[in-house]
Design a protein around this ligand. Structure first.
Ligand SMILES: [Ca+2]
Ligand SMILES: [Ca+2]
Length: 354
């Protein structure tokens, strides 16, 4: 088995951080094949550090456009080496405000989305600046991430505006092959309703029901984080923010809000795609729902009725891959999981529904 984990810039203190440690379930399942399969994710955010130890080994590098002042791949973006800054319109995607609160937001979400494995690579788009942008800026940034091959796009952001809603929804519909993971927002409110803010479907980007859109609420200790939006119809699942995120200067801090719950889910999806790259967005969404842990407080607040359970999700992805080899292979795979017979039976029941 190959242990793939960031090593280059990590100090001993970094290595003690959960986001920098190998995920034992993921590593065990990787040992049964696909150990070199990588997943490219797209990060849409406010700014990033790319040198922070926790993320340095996870940054996508453009093989066909080096830092040389020329647009080698002729995509109209000179030196888009790690991504593109759609606010400043340049390739220095980590150069602008990396240590400002806005940059810390993106560095933190990036560190959670790429946690535990160098097999998760991230292409970066800075699409939110200090000033309001435009729907076109947002859509261009998301389209860029997709064009570079991202299979999962993390959007720890929200827009409360019909023109953004129309534009982003149109892009999501046009790319059914991509999973969009989006935060439910922090308005203390039910998505789809007009309350403290207008979160009706024509107003609020996350208030859409699409097979390739996963909307994430935030959970703390199994309970709803009080500010987290919710909706049985529009919000897919809750996620615990239970590890510290990286900060630009190499420190770590526990972050809350749906912005930071969202990359926890992106991370699980990326690992699932390493284990079974054939999973479709609809299967991924179903897998997240089936594998979640039911919680009474979440029963009527999110579609899944509970909180993302990463180990179960990863085991289902692995079993789904083995399922294609036939019944005998699937049973043998279940025995390899290292879980009890009752859990094996439960997981086989779930994977049959995928
Ligand atoms: Ca270029
Ligand atoms: Ca170049």
């Amino acid at each position: 088995m190959t242990i793939t984990i960031n090593t280059s810039a990590l100090t001993a203190a970094d290595k003690r951080q959960p986001i920098n440690r190998p995920d034992p379930v993921f590593e065990k399942l990787s040992g049964f094949g696909n150990s070199s399969q990588q997943t490219l994710i797209g990060m849409f955010d406010t700014g990033f550090s790319i040198t922070t130890p926790a993320v340095a080994d996870n940054i996508w590098t453009n093989a066909v456009d080096a830092f040389n002042g020329a647009d080698d791949d002729r995509n109209g973006k000179t030196d888009d080496v790690n991504g593109w800054d759609f606010i400043e319109n340049d390739g220095r995607v980590a150069a602008h405000q990396p240590t400002s609160p806005m940059g810390e937001h993106g560095t933190g979400t990036l560190s959670l989305a790429t946690a535990n494995s160098a097999r998760i690579r991230a292409v970066l788009a800075r699409g939110i600046g200090p000033q309001p942008t435009s729907p076109q800026t947002v859509v261009s940034a998301l389209a860029y991430l997709i064009e570079k091959g991202a299979r999962v796009v993390n959007i720890s952001a929200g827009w409360y505006d019909p023109s953004y809603t129309r534009a982003v929804r149109k892009l999501m519909v046009a790319h059914p092959e991509v999973v969009f993971v989006m935060s439910a927002g922090n308005d203390f409110q039910e998505v789809g309703t007009r309350g403290r803010r207008n979160l009706e479907p024509d107003q609020f980007v996350a208030a859409q029901v699409l097979p390739n859109l996963v909307v994430v609420a935030s959970s703390i200790g199994g309970e709803r984080e009080i500010e987290s939006n919710y909706s049985k119809r529009f919000v897919t699942v809750a996620a615990e923010v239970n590890v510290d995120a990286a900060e630009t200067e190499g420190t770590y801090r526990r972050r809350e809000s749906t912005s930071f719950a969202t990359p926890m889910v992106t991370n699980v999806i990326a690992k699932c795609l390493c284990l079974d790259p054939t999973l479709s967005p609809a299967q991924i969404k179903k897998l997240l729902i089936l594998s979640s842990v039911a919680k009474p407080v979440w029963r009527d607040l999110v579609e899944a009725g509970g909180v993302v359970a990463a180990p179960t999700a990863l085991r289902l992805a692995f079993l789904n891959r083995e399922k294609r080899k036939g019944a005998a292979a699937l049973t043998a795979a279940a025995r390899q999981l290292g879980v009890g017979l009752a859990e094996q039976t439960r997981l086989l029941g779930l994977v049959a529904a995928l």
